[in-house]
Design a protein around this ligand. Structure first.
Ligand code: NDP
Length: 280
């Protein structure tokens, strides 16, 4: 039996996990909070077995990243309502009798967007219908936005729209002139163009209109081609690193039982992320 000396053990679990930005972000937060916790990046193979090992080791909280968010939902002993609606868990905490799972991606997207404008009553287009889109759609609806979804594979987009009772827009509609006038906010939730090695053209350049709020969930690179096009067209842009930052802040609040992190802690996390993204 191994008993670690440190009491406050946290980690991000995923595969691969070497390039995760969570450790630098969380270490910056713990330093600012004056809290001597340890936060590791752990590559795991089988979440069903590895969660037991991490439990026995005494871990207090876990961030869950690709490809385990759905599996973490299935293998947590307890789940919060948000995780059940999104059907994915990106955060686990030690509960008396087992792991308790929640999802903070939705609030990450809401807090990131609401730094620019309240979402209530806004007409929002979500591009994509995968796990990230599901969390974002949940958050937008909860915030009172009128949501429409568009996706490359229409059946998948329609299924998500049906699950959350929102609109579905075929991609061809977005190619028509003036189609951008129907939306105040656009959130890019596809994985097209991840790592910046292609120009994904998820929507035509003419879609972006001055005054629109545009967020890309992709954060490597921080300024994606999608965001650069939106910025050039006069949109207010929100990088995916802001969603990452705020979902991480919510994880800390949930693990530590705190109401809301102070601006200085958020600032330290943002600085650490910006530096890590700039260093590549
Ligand atoms: P999924 O694999 O679940 O879904 C991928 C989505 O992208 C699908 O809708 C898919 O469409 C679409 N897609 C993929 N390639 C293309 C393409 N070439 N053109 C158009 N659509 C395409 O991925 P996730 O939802 O889990 O992740 C999506 C993105 O969100 C990732 O880039 C991830 O890094 C990011 N993310 C960011 C977070 C943050 O904190 N900033 C948090 C979580 C995720 P189809 O159905 O047709 O296959």
């Amino acid at each position: 039996m191994i008993r670690p000396k440190q009491r406050d053990l946290f980690a991000v679990i995923g595969n691969p996990v070497a390039h995760s930005l969570s450790p630098v972000m969380m270490e910056a937060a713990f330093a600012e909070l004056g809290f001597s916790a340890v936060y590791l990046a752990l590559e795991v193979d089988s979440i069903s077995e590895d969660l037991d090992i991490l439990w026995n080791f005494g871990f207090r909280g876990l961030s869950v990243t690709l490809p385990f968010k759905e599996a973490a939902f299935l293998f947590s002993q307890f789940t919060e309502e948000t995780a059940r609606r999104i059907r994915a868990v990106n955060t686990l905490r030690r509960h008396e009798n087992g792991w308790e799972g929640t999802n903070t991606d939705w609030i990450g997207s809401v807090r990131a967007l609401e730094q620019v404008s309240p979402l209530r009553g806004k007409r929002v287009l979500v591009l994509g219908a995968g796990g990230a889109a599901r969390a974002v759609v949940y958050g937008l609806i909860r915030s009172g936005a009128a949501v429409s979804i568009s996706n490359r594979t229409p059946e998948r987009g329609e299924a998500l729209a049906q699950a959350f009772r929102c609109g579905f827009v075929p991609l061809a509609e977005l190619e028509k002139d003036h189609s951008g006038e129907s939306f105040d906010v656009v959130v890019q939730c596809t994985s097209a163009g991840l790592l910046g090695d292609e120009d994904p053209q998820v929507v035509p350049d003419s879609f972006f209109l001055p005054g629109m709020i545009v967020m890309d969930t992709i954060y490597t690179p921080q300024w994606t081609t999608f965001l650069k096009k939106a910025r050039n067209a006069g949109c207010s842009t929100v990088p995916g690193s802001e969603m990452l930052l705020h979902q991480g802040a919510m994880q800390l609040e949930w693990w530590l039982g705190r109401e809301k992190l102070e601006p200085a802690v958020i600032g330290a996390m943002r600085d650490a992320l910006s530096k890590a993204l700039a260093d590549g």
